[in-house]
Write a protein that binds this ligand. Structure first.
Ligand SMILES: [Fe+2]
Ligand SMILES: [Fe+2]
Length: 135
């Protein structure tokens, strides 16, 4: 069974820059999960971590700009995830390590719990409170 994530338009927030970054994130996660590229997993994790740092910074500026009530909690979740990925990166240091099935499942699970669930919560807040949408 392929572990690759396939982007769905239903995951879009309606915020162009953040949606573009989420689509890039899916691509970078898939590169990390790709079983054919085990020897390059360290470099691929580095690319994912660098992307997440930029993305989280962008998203956090957005959350503060729209006065999202759960901003602090959301930022803490970002920091926690970065710390976990940096730990994982250390564990596979030297580009010789491979990700365990548990590590791979954890990355996928984080994507669904955070990007598909938590990020969409602020997306709904943005459309309803800031844009006045009635959905
Ligand atoms: Fe996000
Ligand atoms: Fe987020």
């Amino acid at each position: 069974m392929s572990e690759a994530l396939v982007w769905r338009d239903a995951w879009a927030l309606g915020v162009e820059l953040l949606d573009a970054q989420h689509r890039d994130m899916v691509r970078l996660i898939n590169q990390v999960l790709d079983p054919a590229a085990e020897s390059a997993v360290g470099a691929r994790l580095d690319a994912l971590i660098a992307h997440l740092r930029r993305h989280f910074d962008t998203e956090q500026v957005f959350l503060r700009a729209i006065d999202y009530p759960l901003t602090d909690q959301h930022c803490r979740e970002h920091a926690l995830q970065l710390a976990e990925l940096v730990d994982l990166r250390r564990a596979v240091a030297g580009d010789t390590g491979a990700l365990s099935a548990e590590d791979r499942a954890g990355i996928r699970q984080w994507f669904f719990n955070h990007v598909v669930a938590e990020d969409r919560r602020f997306g709904a807040y943005y459309r309803r409170v800031v844009c006045g949408a009635t959905e």
